[in-house]
Design a protein around this ligand. Structure first.
Ligand SMILES: [Zn+2]
Length: 290
């Protein structure tokens, strides 16, 4: 029997990742093999149903590429940007303005004939995935952090996914730092999210080269091409991430941190600063395994 048909007999799940930039879908077997996947650019629309239609088409493409029919699915797991009401799955993602209190979980259950549906914050889904099959396998306590348009985090504590309302993005990493959208000052997100970093670089005199758009991709390109304001901005973000991680590690006895998200892929200026920030602050023997 080939592995694909074996997996189909045991059942498989539809995994969805819904963001403001892209929608991705995969058909995943019970042992974690990806049997098929699809990805589309997020639609630009102010119609909530049209946005959902794009999600549905992406899911159908993934099913087709896996050769799996919807009635073979055991269930659906969906990561989506927050904020959201959990576990009801009413989502109001900051990056998807057309969805406000959108009943995503109900709509997916309706589309897939009453199959079980779980909707969670995308960073929580990242933590679950990394703990199951990725960098955090067998970790007792770990954190997964998404660094992109916003900053979010998911925790595994005592080998279990933690479902609380914590938000690493609003840990204060600089009490005198810039104002945050949440109303506080010096939050991690106010320094280390892509838009915050771009805003700070522009305030320091950064000029995107060749008349390019001032966004986090251009900022990273600019840093890697030798622009000192851009590289300092990435380092500032990386230092802030390192400080937040060490705070979490001190509090929760974490052993592994996984960083993901578009802005975390900005290159060595960001990552070197994360490591440096961490090594300056992680002085006790208990960090030896990091
Ligand atoms: Zn904040």
């Amino acid at each position: 029997m080939n592995p694909k048909s074996d997996n189909k007999l045991k059942g498989c799940a539809l995994a969805l990742d819904i963001g403001g930039t892209k929608v991705a879908a995969a058909i995943v077997s019970f042992n974690g093999d990806i049997l098929g996947c699809a990805r589309v650019t997020s639609p630009s629309t102010d119609n909530p149903d049209k946005y959902f239609q794009a999600v549905r088409y992406c899911a159908e493409d993934a099913l087709k590429s896996a050769g799996v029919s919807p009635n073979e699915l055991a269930g659906i797991g969906c990561g989506c940007g927050g904020p959201m009401r959990w576990p009801s799955g009413h989502v109001s993602p900051i990056n998807i303005p057309t969805w406000r209190d959108f009943p995503l979980r109900d709509r997916l259950a309706e589309t897939f004939d009453g199959k079980p549906v779980y909707v969670h914050n995308d960073a929580v889904a990242l933590a679950a995935g990394e703990h199951w099959k990725g960098a955090g396998q067998k970790a007792r306590n770990m954190i997964a952090v998404t660094i992109s348009t916003g900053v979010g985090g998911g925790l595994i504590l005592n080998q279990h996914l933690f479902h609380g309302y914590r938000n690493i993005g609003h840990l204060v990493v600089d009490p005198d730092g810039p104002e945050c959208k949440c109303g506080a000052k010096g939050c991690l997100e106010a320094i280390a999210s892509g838009p915050s970093a771009v805003h700070w670089a522009l305030s320091q005199g950064w000029i995107p080269p060749h008349g390019d758009t001032a966004d986090s991709t251009t900022l990273a390109q600019s840093a890697n091409a030798g622009d000192s304001i851009a590289s300092q901005t990435l380092a500032r973000a990386g230092f802030a991430v390192g400080a937040a991680l060490i705070n979490c590690a001190n509090l929760l006895d974490l052993r592994i941190a996984v960083l993901a998200g578009g802005f975390s892929q900005s290159g060595p200026f960001f990552w070197d600063a994360v490591h440096q920030s961490f090594s300056i602050r992680a002085k006790m023997d208990l960090y030896a395994k990091w």
